[in-house]
Design a protein around this ligand. Structure first.
Ligand SMILES: O=C(O)C1=C[C@@H](OP(=O)(O)O)[C@@H](O)[C@H](O)C1
Ligand SMILES: C=C(OP(=O)(O)O)C(=O)O
Length: 413
C-alpha cells in the first residue's frame, strides 16, 4: 500500500509557506479534514493556497489580515499553530471549532502570546479572537507545555516573523512528543530560520525572513500503524511503499521497534517497508511519551495479545480529540478485556473478546483501534467511521478493500 502524506509535515509546510518570501509547493500533501482546515484558515487570513491538485499544493504568501474567522474543527494543529500567525495579521481573527476543541489546552499559548505583545480575547474556552496589528514584538517567554507539544511548535513556527524572534522556555512536567518538536525545528531550519535547540526545554528562534520552497511531504508513518497491525493480527504481510529513510523527521523507527516487540518482523526492502506477522501478538510494556498517538492501535493489539501489556507515558491523551484513556478503558472492557487505568497509562490483560459496538467518540484513532480488534473478533461495530476523515478520509475504503482480501487497496500512485 501507499500511505497518504504526513499530517504534521503538511500542517507545518502550510504555515511556513504562508510566512515565507516567495511561493512554496507541497508535493504529496495529506488531503484530510485537518489539513484542509489549515489551508482554509490561512486563506481566510489572505494567503493564496491552491489545493486543487491532489499531488501538488501551491502557496503564494500575501499580507495577512482580518477580519477573518477560522474553523479549527478537531485539529490541534490549526488550534495551536494559527493564533500566533494571526498575531502577525492586520485585523481581528476569531477561532472556533468542534465542541471538543473548545476545551483543549490553550491557556499557556494564549499567556505566551500576550506576553510577546499580541492582544487576545480568551476566557477558558474557544472562541478566541486575536486582534493582530501586523506585527508581534516577540522576546523571551516561559510556558508549561506539558499538555501539548503543539503549544511550543505554534510559537516557534511564527517566531521568525516576530520583531525580536522568540526564546521559549518550557517549565513543568516533561513536554510530550519530542519527535514533533524536532520536526518543527528541522522544517524551520529548512525554510531558512535561525534556530537553536541545543539546550533541553529551550528553543531560540532568530528574527528573519523565511524562504518559500518545494516541500516533499513524507508518507504519514503514524497513520501506518493500523495497517501494519494487520500483519501482526492476521499473520500476513503488509508492504508500505515509499517508507522514508532513517533520517526521516517522523518517529518511524520507534513504531517499528514497538511492533517488533509485539511479534512483527519489519524489513526495509526496495519495495518499501515489509511487515510480517505470525498471527500471534505479544504483550508490550512501553513508555509512549514520544509516540502517544500510537496508543489506541497498540492498546487494540494488546487486547488480542497472548500476554499482558502496560502502556504508559500517555497522561496527556486525556486532552486529545476525546479522553482517549477513558475511552479505551470503557471500549475494551465492553469487548471483554481486563483493562485498568493507572496514573499515566493502561494495563491490559487479554481475555476472550466478544463482538459488540465500540464507541469511537468521534476520534479517528479510536476508530483505527476498533478496526484492528475487528480483525480478530467477529461482530465488532463502530458507532461512527466518518471521524477517520480527520486524518485519512480513505480509511473505510482502504480497510474494507484489505479485509475483503482483494489486496488492491491504497492505489494512490
Ligand atoms: O505537532 C504535531 O503535528 C502534533 C503533535 C502532537 O500533539 P500533542 O503534543 O498535543 O499530543 C500529536 O499528538 C499531534 O497528532 C500532531
Ligand atoms: C492528537 C491528534 O491530533 P491533533 O492534536 O493534531 O488534533 C492525533 O492526530 O492523534
Amino acid at each position: 500500500m501507499r500511505l497518504p502524506g504526513s499530517k504534521s509535515m503538511t500542517a507545518r509546510a502550510l504555515v511556513l509557506g504562508a510566512l515565507s518570501l516567495g511561493a512554496s509547493t507541497l508535493r504529496s500533501p495529506l488531503r484530510a479534514r485537518d489539513t484542509e482546515l489549515m489551508a482554509a484558515g490561512l486563506r481566510a487570513m489572505g494567503c493564496h493556497v491552491s489545493t486543487v491538485d491532489d499531488n501538488l499544493w501551491l502557496l503564494r504568501p500575501r499580507p495577512l489580515g482580518g477580519p477573518a474567522r477560522v474553523d479549527v474543527g478537531a485539529a490541534g494543529s490549526v488550534l495551536r499553530f494559527l493564533p500566533p500567525v494571526a498575531g502577525l495579521a492586520d485585523g481581528a481573527v476569531t477561532f472556533d471549532g468542534d465542541e471538543r476543541s473548545r476545551g483543549r489546552p490553550m491557556a499557556p499559548l494564549i499567556g505566551a502570546l500576550r506576553s510577546l505583545g499580541a492582544r487576545v480575547d480568551y476566557g477558558t474556552r474557544l472562541p478566541l479572537t486575536v486582534h493582530g496589528i501586523g506585527r508581534v514584538a516577540g522576546g523571551a517567554v516561559t510556558i508549561d507545555a506539558s499538555a501539548s507539544s503543539q503549544l511550543v511548535s505554534g510559537l516557534l513556527l511564527a517566531a521568525p516573523e516576530f520583531d525580536r524572534g522568540v526564546t521559549v522556555r518550557h517549565s513543568g512536567p516533561p513536554v510530550p512528543r519530542a519527535p514533533h518538536l524536532r520536526m518543527t525545528v528541522q522544517m524551520l531550519r529548512a525554510a531558512g530560520a535561525g534556530i537553536d535547540d541545543s539546550r533541553p526545554d529551550v528553543w531560540v528562534v532568530e528574527p528573519g525572513r523565511l524562504n518559500g520552497r518545494a516541500w516533499d511531504i513524507e508518507p504519514d508513518l503514524l497513520g501506518a500503524a493500523p495497517f501494519l497491525a494487520v500483519a501482526l493480527v492476521t499473520g500476513g504481510t503488509v508492504t508500505v511503499a515509499g517508507w522514508p529513510p532513517r533520517s526521516s523527521v517522523q518517529p518511524g523507527g520507534r513504531l517499528l521497534d514497538l511492533m517488533r516487540q509485539m511479534g512483527g518482523a519489519p524489513t526495509l526492502t526496495r519495495q518499501g517497508l515489509v511487515m510480517r506477522g505470525t498471527g500471534t501478538v505479544h504483550g508490550l510494556t512501553a513508555d509512549l511519551t514520544d509516540v502517544a498517538e500510537l496508543a489506541p492501535v497498540l492498546a487494540a493489539l494488546a487486547a488480542v495479545a497472548d500476554s499482558p501489556s502496560h502502556l504508559h507515558g500517555m497522561a496527556h491523551l486525556s486532552a486529545h480529540e476525546t479522553d482517549r484513556i477513558a475511552a479505551l478503558v470503557t471500549g475494551l472492557t465492553q469487548l471483554g478485556a481486563d483493562v485498568t487505568k493507572d496514573h499515566d497509562g493502561l494495563r491490559i490483560r487479554p481475555r476472550p473478546l466478544r463482538g459488540t459496538t465500540f464507541a469511537t467518540h468521534g476520534d479517528h484513532r479510536l476508530a483505527h483501534a476498533a478496526a484492528v480488534v475487528g480483525l480478530a473478533v467477529d461482530g465488532i461495530r463502530l458507532d461512527d467511521v466518518t471521524c477517520t476523515a480527520k486524518t485519512l478520509p480513505e480509511f473505510p475504503r482502504l480497510w474494507s478493500t484489505m479485509v475483503d482480501g482483494t489486496g488492491a487497496f491504497g492505489g494512490q500512485d
